[in-house]
Design a protein around this ligand. Structure first.
Ligand SMILES: Cc1cc2nc3c(=O)[nH]c(=O)nc-3n(C[C@H](O)[C@H](O)[C@H](O)COP(=O)(O)O)c2cc1C
Length: 413
C-alpha cells in the first residue's frame, strides 16, 4: 500500500471512529407535511426518558404573546418510535415523530404523489427577509412554496424534541439549560437575571414574553401590540444559560473544537437569529480590558462546586479559549423581526415579473420566547455532544463514572 493510501485509510478510520463517539441529530419534515421527525444518534444507554418532559419543552416552544394562528391549531406531542425501551435509552438512535395537525388541510394541496395541480397553493410573491427568493432561485422552483415549507420554523419543533433528549442526558450530570427574553424591539430588561428567576420562569404555566421582570415584560408587550396594530413585526434577544457545566468542555487546540464557535453556529442556525453573543461580547468591544475580564479568586473553603477557583463576574459567559471555565455558559441570540408582514413590502411576481406586494400567510408577530426555547435545545445538543466526547461511555453508568473521576481531578487541582 502506498503512503498516500495508508494515510487515506487512517483518515477514514479516524473519521468513522469519531462518528461513533459523537451525538448527531437530524430533523426532517415540512411545515404543512404529515409529520416532523427528530433523529438523535449517539446517546448512551440508560438515559431516563419521560415523555412529559419532552412534551413540556414542545409546549414551551408554542407559547408567547404575538404568536400566529398556527399555534392554535397544533398541540405538539412526541411519539417516540425507536431507541427508548422501558423508559430509558438503549444506545440505538432515537426517532421521534411529531404530527402536524394542519396536514388535514394540506393533504390535497401538498400531496406526496403528483396529485391535482389545480389544488397546488403557489407562493408567487417572495417575502423580503424570508428564504423564498434565494431558495426558489437555488432549487429552480417556479414559486416559493417548497422553499418556505422547509425554511419555516415549524422545523424547530423537531429540534426542541431532540434538544429535550439532550437535556435529559445533561441532567444526569447535574447540568440544566434554560432561557429568558432580555429584549423585544426597544424594550429591554435593564438588570441581570438570577438563575433562580430563570428557573422559576420555566416552571410557569402561562408565558407572556418570557421575561423575569414584570415591568420590563409589560414594556415588551407594548412593543408587540404596536407591531400588531400597524401590521408589522418585532425582533428581540433571548439569552440561554447553561448551569452546572464543569470547566473543561470544548478545546482551545483546534478551531473546530472550540465550544464558543460550536455554540455560536448552533444558535445562529435558528431561523431569524442574525447575531450571537457569548457573555457580554457585544459591549466588551467598546470597553477597556480591566472592565471586561472576570478576576480570578480562590475560595478558602470548599464550596461544593467542582473547583475552588471563583469569579466575581461572568462577562466571559463561561467560556475562555473555547473551553468552559466552570461559570454559567451564557449565549444570546439576536432575532430580526419576522419577515411575513400583514402590511407587506415590495416584491416581484415569479410568474409575470410584475411589481407586487409580498405574499402574506398567517404568521407570528414576535417569537422571542419560543426562539429562546429553540436556543435551549441547540445549546443542550451542543453541550451534550461535548459531554459525550469528553466523558464517553456506552452507558450513563460508565459516563457518570468518568465524569466523577474528572470532577475529583479538578476539585483537587
Ligand atoms: C419560533 C420561530 C417562529 C417563526 N415564525 C415565523 C412566522 O410565523 N413567519 C415568518 O415569516 N417567519 C417566522 N420565523 C422566521 C423564519 O422562519 C425565518 O426568518 C426564515 O426561515 C428565513 O430564515 P433567516 O431569518 O434565518 O434568514 C420564525 C422563527 C422562529 C425561531
Amino acid at each position: 500500500m502506498s503512503d498516500n493510501c495508508e494515510l487515506r485509510t487512517l483518515h477514514c478510520e479516524l473519521f468513522f471512529y469519531n462518528q461513533k463517539h459523537m451525538i448527531r441529530f437530524f430533523t426532517a419534515g415540512e411545515s404543512h407535511g404529515e409529520v416532523l421527525i427528530a433523529l438523535v444518534s449517539g446517546l448512551p444507554a440508560g438515559v431516563p426518558v419521560d415523555l412529559d418532559s419532552i412534551n413540556r419543552e414542545l409546549w414551551r416552544r408554542q407559547q408567547g404573546y404575538g404568536r400566529g394562528g398556527r399555534m392554535k391549531i397544533e398541540t405538539d406531542k412526541a411519539h417516540i418510535v425507536s431507541g427508548v425501551r422501558h423508559g430509558k435509552t438503549i444506545g440505538s438512535p432515537v426517532a421521534i415523530e411529531l404530527a402536524n395537525r394542519d396536514w388535514k388541510n394540506w393533504e390535497e394541496k401538498l400531496p406526496v404523489e403528483t396529485g391535482d395541480a389545480a389544488k397546488h397553493q403557489a407562493v408567487n410573491s417572495p417575502r423580503p427577509g424570508h428564504a423564498d427568493l434565494a431558495g426558489a432561485l437555488k432549487y429552480n422552483f417556479p414559486d416559493a412554496r417548497y422553499v418556505l415549507e422547509r425554511a419555516s420554523a415549524r422545523e424547530t419543533t423537531a429540534r426542541v424534541a431532540a434538544g429535550a433528549l439532550a437535556k435529559l442526558l445533561l441532567r444526569t450530570l447535574g447540568i440544566e439549560v434554560l432561557s429568558h427574553v432580555i429584549r423585544v424591539g426597544r424594550a429591554e430588561l435593564e438588570r441581570a437575571a438570577e438563575w433562580e428567576e430563570i428557573a422559576a420562569l420555566a416552571g410557569k404555566d402561562e408565558v407572556v414574553l418570557g421575561c423575569v421582570d414584570a415591568e420590563a415584560e409589560a414594556r415588551m408587550k407594548e412593543e408587540v401590540e404596536e407591531a400588531a396594530r400597524t401590521g408589522d413585526t418585532v425582533g428581540g434577544i433571548f439569552e440561554v444559560v447553561a448551569h452546572g457545566v464543569p470547566a473543561g468542555l470544548g478545546s482551545h487546540v483546534n478551531w473546530d473544537e472550540k465550544l464558543d464557535g460550536l455554540l455560536a453556529a448552533a444558535v445562529m442556525s435558528i431561523q431569524a437569529v442574525k447575531a450571537v453573543e457569548i457573555g457580554r461580547g457585544v459591549v466588551a468591544a467598546e470597553r477597556f480590558g480591566s472592565a471586561v475580564h472576570d478576576p480570578i479568586r480562590y475560595a478558602a473553603e470548599d464550596t461544593g462546586r467542582p473547583t475552588r477557583f471563583t469569579r466575581p463576574t461572568n462577562n466571559a459567559g463561561g467560556l475562555e479559549g473555547g473551553v468552559s471555565n466552570g461559570e454559567d455558559i451564557v449565549v444570546r441570540g439576536y432575532l430580526k423581526p419576522i419577515s411575513t408582514l400583514r402590511k407587506p413590502l415590495e416584491s416581484v411576481r415569479f410568474d409575470t415579473r410584475e411589481a407586487t406586494s409580498a405574499s402574506y400567510e398567517r404568521s407570528d408577530i414576535c417569537v422571542a420566547p419560543a426562539a429562546g426555547v429553540v436556543g435551549e435545545a441547540m445549546v443542550a445538543l451542543t453541550l451534550a455532544a461535548a459531554v459525550v466526547q469528553k466523558f464517553g461511555g456506552d452507558s450513563v453508568v460508565e459516563m457518570k463514572r468518568n465524569f466523577r473521576g474528572y470532577i475529583e481531578q479538578i476539585r483537587s487541582y
